[in-house]
Design a protein. Structure first.
Length: 402
């Protein structure tokens, strides 16, 4: 069986004939898909949020697809909408809510899945984002769903908790977790949700303020509502990349259940580096660190590009084999990847980023992540960067990007 056939079989088996328990006795129509958009525009992205809600209305819900939005604006309270073609019907006026509280994300998803039952479910987190850490300002913009009114945000650890609670409510994995936010398709983020999400769609790089082209992929979904999660995730990736011609853009789909296997191969890769006494492995990883494709947050490196560069730099068969074992998982983990060539070389961008600073200290908070706890990656960081030290990133939050 090919790896793509395996992924498709897994995705199909997880959703066949599922009806939420909450729908029993209520005679609610069970559609093919429910799209739940947690649209946190309580920040400098307010105008882009209004625009994206308008894009959703170009297609809207159908007899087989629900499009439901919770939107919080900068100078207004939050409202819930059922999106139809040409209109967004207000379902509830919630007043001021903290969209940076993961419990609010969980409550919205549970409510949406109950009120709008479906065979497949997607949750989209719309806002600023930047990977595994939560800090802003003179340090890396990390975490997701920053609420300027509360000053709160959802951390990577909280995302893991949220997805666990949502999956429990659904009685299965969430089919797609989407991030219309910057820099979220990282090993660390996807690994945190791996047990409760089938596909994660997002970007290794920052996203322009316009974000996702909702009308494009919603049109595809409503025209073929029975499509499997992998097919829809691929459509979303392609639609995003094709919507930007003058801006740098990356988008990918990650098959989260495969991350355990990738983590195992990565641990063996790190062990091979640690056990090499010739100095070749250390020199190769140091060289790769200077050449690897990086993003707006310079601490983020393309994971598979890093391993490829390492493989090219070593001569020992054991080291090459360890790298090959990791690279052999690439097409299983990243099921779709699209890159706009400016300013990137597409062959260096593979759809999954990882925390790998060039030099200096690294965040002690990193050790709290599931990926750091379960893998040897933090040992590689300590070995290449020295003892963990506090430090700041030169990256500033930029107006007009996600």
């Amino acid at each position: 069986m090919t790896h793509r056939a395996f992924v498709l079989l897994f995705a199909l088996s997880s959703i066949l004939a599922f009806v939420p328990a909450q729908a029993v006795g209520k005679s609610l129509p069970v559609k093919e898909w429910t799209i739940l958009v947690f649209l946190n525009a309580d920040n400098n992205l307010d105008s882009f949020g209004v625009k994206d809600l308008g894009e959703m209305q170009k297609v809207g819900s159908t007899d087989q697809v629900n499009v439901v939005v919770q939107m919080d604006r900068l100078k207004e309270g939050a409202k819930r909408y059922f999106v139809r073609k040409g209109a967004a019907d207000v379902l509830a006026d919630l007043g001021e809510v903290d969209m940076g509280d993961y419990k609010g994300l969980v409550e919205f998803a549970k409510w949406g899945a109950t009120q709008y039952p479906s065979k497949r479910t997607m949750v989209i987190v719309w806002n600023h984002g930047s990977g595994w850490d939560k800090r802003r300002g003179r340090v890396a913009v990390r975490g997701v769903s920053y609420d300027d009114s509360s000053g709160n945000n959802i951390t990577t650890e909280q995302l893991g908790v949220a997805m666990g609670q949502i999956a429990t409510h659904l009685g299965r994995r969430l089919d797609i977790l989407g991030f219309d936010a910057c820099l979220m398709n990282m090993f660390e983020v996807a690994y945190e949700v791996r047990a409760n999400v089938t596909f994660q769609v997002g970007s290794e790089e920052t996203e322009p303020g316009d974000g996702w082209p909702y009308s494009a992929w919603l049109k595809s979904l409503t025209q073929a509502p029975t499509q499997a999660p992998m097919q829809l995730a691929t459509t979303m990736v392609k639609a995003y990349a094709s919507s930007y011609w003058i801006s740098k853009a990356t988008q990918s789909a990650i098959f989260c259940p495969a991350l355990e296997r990738l983590r195992e191969k990565t641990d063996l890769f790190v062990t091979a580096i640690q056990q090499d006494t010739s100095g070749e492995a250390k020199q190769a990883i140091a060289s790769a660190k200077t050449k690897v494709a990086r993003f707006a947050v310079a601490e983020n490196a393309d994971f598979f590009d890093l391993v490829q560069l390492f493989k090219k730099a070593v001569t020992q068969p054991a080291l090459k084999a360890a790298a090959d074992a990791v690279l052999g998982q690439q097409q299983i983990v990243v099921t779709a990847n699209a890159v706009h060539a400016i300013p990137f070389d597409p062959k260096n961008i593979h759809g999954l980023a990882v925390y790998f600073p060039r030099s200096g200290g690294w965040w002690s908070a990193y050790r709290r992540l599931a990926f750091a706890k379960d893998s040897k990656w933090d040992e590689l960081l300590s070995g290449t960067l020295g003892a963990p030290l506090p430090g700041n990133s030169p990256f500033d939050a930029l107006h007009g990007i996600r």
